[in-house]
Design a protein around this ligand. Structure first.
Ligand code: ARG
Length: 266
């Protein structure tokens, strides 16, 4: 009996070794590549000498650690994250990314790890008190009927701020003609500072961060949209998705996520 067991162990070891030298032990397996757009503080940004920083970056690091993998970050345009995850170029996308029905057609989302709201940033001396003031009027169902002359909304291209604002007024958008897309939220904010747009629509925490680092801006009262953030993986990659969800659950339960968030959001 002992002999048989030791033979089985031997065979298992040999198989284990072989697999370590073929395919399964290959370098990519030790690394998780995260696609992000690191111009979105406090979720992800480039921090001078320290490289990438932010809530997503630290949560991703904690997940990778739990999975026994190294984390590699690819800093790309926000709009190319989903395509790259879908094609397998990146293992997952984490970028303060809102779960939407449209995006769900192309990628699978993890459990939510944060909630957010889209808010409206204007110049401190703006004549507008709320985004409702950008509309000419409302119909019997209280839906906007048109957009005031000259209103221009700045957004980061391909974000939900862009998608919602570009919709028609009757769906609470401002019409694509009145929306100007920028590569980053910071670029949109620069456009606001130089009066190229009336307002910027962006997620609340980045909005606060942009307000703190630029004088003469304010966030209008009222929430333009409510959202959930999640990590996306290639459609059908249930193995990685389950691993991520398990890690997220543990990190939520043991207080790691709260600790990371508290470090960045005071
Ligand atoms: N939550 C918004 C969205 O999913 C904006 C995310 C932008 N993220 C970034 N890292 N630039 O569309």
């Amino acid at each position: 009996m002992k002999k048989i067991i030791s033979m089985i162990l031997c065979v298992a070891m040999v198989l284990g070794c072989v697999s370590a030298f073929t395919g399964c032990g290959d370098k990519d397996d030790d690394t998780l590549v995260m696609a992000t757009n690191a111009a979105f503080p406090p979720y992800e940004y480039v921090d001078g000498d320290n490289g990438f920083a932010g809530i997503d970056v630290e949560i991703a690091q904690a997940i990778a650690e739990k999975l026994g993998k190294k984390l590699e970050i690819a800093d790309v345009e926000f709009g190319s994250i989903i395509g790259g995850v879908q094609s397998g170029k990146y293992d997952f996308g984490m970028a303060g990314m809102t779960v939407t029905e449209d995006r769900k057609k192309n990628v699978d989302f993890s459990d939510t790890y944060a909630t957010a709201v889209q808010v409206v940033i204007v110049k401190a001396d703006s004549q507008y008190a709320s985004f409702e003031d950008f509309y000419t009027g409302f119909d019997e169902e209280e839906k906007p009927t048109g957009v005031k002359e000259g209103i221009k909304i700045g957004v980061q291209q391909d974000t939900t701020g862009d998608i919602y604002s570009s919709d028609e007024p009757k769906n609470w958008g401002f019409g694509s003609d009145n929306v100007i897309q920028y590569k980053t939220g910071a670029d949109a904010v620069q456009a606001l500072l130089t009066d190229k747009v009336t307002a910027v629509i962006i997620d609340n925490e980045p909005a606060k961060s942009f307000i703190a680092s630029n004088e003469g801006l304010k966030i209008l009262d009222g929430e333009y949209a409510n959202e959930d953030y999640a990590i996306c993986v290639q459609k059908g990659n249930t193995e990685l998705l389950d691993q991520i969800n398990t890690a997220l659950k543990e990190l939520k339960e043991d207080g790691t996520i709260d600790k990371i968030v508290a470090k960045y959001i005071k």
